[in-house]
Ligand binder design. Structure first.
Ligand code: FES
Length: 162
């Protein structure tokens, strides 16, 4: 799937196989969208007509549901999602600097995905571990008490700005 991700080519047969598991059940729309997103890390636009046909919905209805749920994505996402906390506790302990350094290391801004699809950068209001501020999450792992050295260590294999 790596080549497909980089070239943007989507295997429609793979999508059809997933869609066929859920066909004819309108209630299955959300689970189906989640399954496709689990597989591709986003919902390829090409899948929307296939989903709609299978569940006897209009493509606009499928698109409407995707738009409603902020956790459903229609743009490719990175293999590793980096979430930097911008909550108050993290902010007062240097979270802004951490975010700036992460942006520089990854070469992307908030809400962006690196061209090699390795990283997606997001900010969050609070991770829920304020005592460890400033915090960030990388691929589901919380990193507390962040500082510039830790940022460097986490992304040391990443070309700065690249
Ligand atoms: S404010 Fe950052 S973890 Fe709560």
């Amino acid at each position: 799937m790596d080549k497909e991700e980089i070239t943007g080519e989507i295997d429609l047969a793979q999508i059809n196989a997933i869609v066929s598991e859920y066909s004819q059940h309108k209630w299955a729309l959300i689970p189906l969208l989640q399954k496709i997103q689990d597989e591709f890390r986003y919902i390829p636009p090409q899948s929307i007509p296939l989903i709609a046909r299978s569940l006897r919905l209009f493509p606009s209805q499928v698109q409407g549901v995707i738009s409603f749920y902020t956790q459903l994505y229609t743009q490719p996402r990175g293999r590793r999602v980096v979430r930097v906390c911008r909550g108050t506790a993290c902010h007062v302990r240097g979270g802004k600097t951490i975010l700036k350094l992460v942006k520089r290391h990854l070469g992307i801004g908030e809400g962006e995905t690196s061209p090699d699809l390795e990283y997606t950068l997001e900010t969050v209001a609070c991770i829920g571990v304020c005592a460890l501020a400033p915090n960030m999450v990388v691929a589901g792992h919380v990193h507390g008490h962040m500082n510039p050295q830790k940022v460097e260590q986490l992304f040391k294999n990443r070309e700065v700005g690249g």
